[in-house]
Write a protein that binds this ligand. Structure first.
Ligand SMILES: CC(C)(COP(=O)(O)OP(=O)(O)OC[C@H]1O[C@@H](n2cnc3c(N)ncnc32)[C@H](O)[C@@H]1OP(=O)(O)O)[C@@H](O)C(=O)NCCC(=O)NCCS
Length: 392
């Protein structure tokens, strides 16, 4: 049999595979909308907890609903002692995203209601995951630094509590709010790679931990959540304003990518970058390390112009371009930037798993099962005949 089929490696670009009521990314005008609200509006006025409620429960909470939700999150922050013991057995140089992914599966093992499939059970698990992921990441960082994990504080909100558990000091209000806003901006982004992974796993009727574990694996890649780490490594490599021009020229001439630029959906600057940039600037001024923001703005200008000259079209900044320098000046270790992304995105993943399982879309979502085109061999007109090992 001849096989002359075309290779269709499109990465599903432009293919609509499901309906969602959670968020919309309007790429040509640079709008990101969570359940009808512009992300800029939420970042300016809401807390991460309010946005998490909005994404999970479809409406903004009233005072009582918010209080109950915050109390539920706070009461779920602890992780089992057995998990702390298990974390202590992991090699200290393990990649934090691998530690997080294994820990999500461990949480499933410790969930006594793991086989429950009701909507309430899924919400309970979504809240557990949202509450415990920051504790896992902070605990792992302490353990690998030969320090004891710090117990969560019930006095602090979600953002401040993570920074406290990570560094052992309560952050000042401005820093806590910067982190809170960064979490809001990273909470949801429609059918990106990790959310698609979560929904695909959820479509098999696997539990939410399995879906979230797959999503964490997907987020770890440098073209997705790993890009913020690569952005900071790039800024450190450039080192000073004087190094920007050469870096851009050499990178583009070598056909390599400049991290934090380009996006599969936006055809303009990512609106989240415009909120992160001033926070990165303010954070630099607070710590006295203004160079990372300065290098970033110079790099943005130079790279955009050089890309236009080279390719005859525009390229734009994405969410990762300014988040790296913001987190760096907050004292978050570079290799925790992607796990920090997961602290926010767990809410989006959970909302999508809930929608996949319990949403009111008609027709209901089906098991994901795309087709592929086989472009391999058939050994002539018929299929290949098996050759015994000794004859190969
Ligand atoms: C995010 C990303 C994968 C988007 O992918 P995409 O829209 O499918 O774009 P492609 O990777 O197919 O690239 C399209 C073209 O733009 C170029 N390009 C895209 N992003 C680029 C970047 N950051 N630096 C330099 N060139 C870039 C590609 O080389 C390609 O050029 P060509 O058409 O001449 O071959 C891509 O822009 C990228 O790798 N960016 C860097 C990593 C990053 O910041 N990721 C975080 C995303 S939120």
């Amino acid at each position: 049999m001849e096989n002359n089929k075309a290779i269709l490696n499109t990465g599903l670009r432009g293919v609509t595979i499901a309906s969602t009521r959670i968020s919309d990314v309007i790429g040509d005008v640079g709008k990101l909308i969570y359940r009808g609200y512009l992300v800029q509006d939420l970042a300016q006025h809401a807390s991460f907890e309010e946005v998490a409620y909005l994404l999970l429960y479809e409406t903004l909470p009233d005072k009582d609903q918010l209080q109950t939700f915050e109390a539920d999150l706070t009461s779920e922050r602890h992780i089992p002692n057995e998990m702390i013991t298990a974390l202590k057995t992991i090699p200290k140089n393990a990649l934090p995203m691998d530690v997080l992914q294994s820990s999500i599966s461990m949480l499933a093992c410790h969930d006594t209601g793991i086989q429950e499939t009701s909507r309430d059970a899924f919400y309970r698990m979504a809240i557990r995951l949202t509450a415990k992921i920051p504790t896992i990441i902070a605990s792992w960082h302490r353990i690998r630094s030969n320090q004891e994990p710090i117990l969560p504080s019930a006095e602090l909100d979600h953002a401040a509590n993570f920074l406290y558990m990570l560094k052992g000091a309560v952050p000042d209000d401005e820093i806590a709010r910067f982190f809170d806003v960064a979490l809001i901006l990273h909470a949801e982004h429609s059918f990106n790679a990790s959310t698609f992974a979560a929904r695909e796993v959820a479509s098999t009727r696997a539990h939410i931990y399995a879906a979230v574990s797959a999503a964490v694996g997907s987020l770890s890649g440098e073209l997705h959540g790993g890009a913020n780490v690569r952005v900071m490594q790039m800024l450190l490599e450039i080192g000073s304003l004087a190094g920007v021009e050469t870096y851009v020229k050499e990178t583009l001439n070598a056909g390599k990518k400049i991290m934090g630029l380009g996006h599969a959906v936006y055809q303009t600057d990512d609106p989240r970058a415009h909120i992160l940039a001033p926070m990165s600037k303010a954070m630099g001024e607070k710590t006295g390390a203004t160079q990372w923001y300065e290098i970033s703005t110079q790099l943005e200008k130079t790279a955009k112009a050089a890309f236009k000259q080279l390719k005859g079209r525009d390229i734009y900044v994405n969410v990762d371009f300014y988040s790296g320098s913001l987190y760096y000046n907050m004292g978050i270790p570079v290799d925790l930037f992607t796990p920090v992304f997961a602290i926010a995105r767990i809410v989006g993943w959970a909302a999508h798993v809930l929608e996949e399982r319990f949403g009111d879309a008609a027709p209901k979502p089906m098991l994901y099962r795309p087709e592929s085109e086989y472009t391999g061999d058939y050994c002539g007109p018929d299929e290949c005949k098996f050759i015994a090992l000794e004859k190969r």
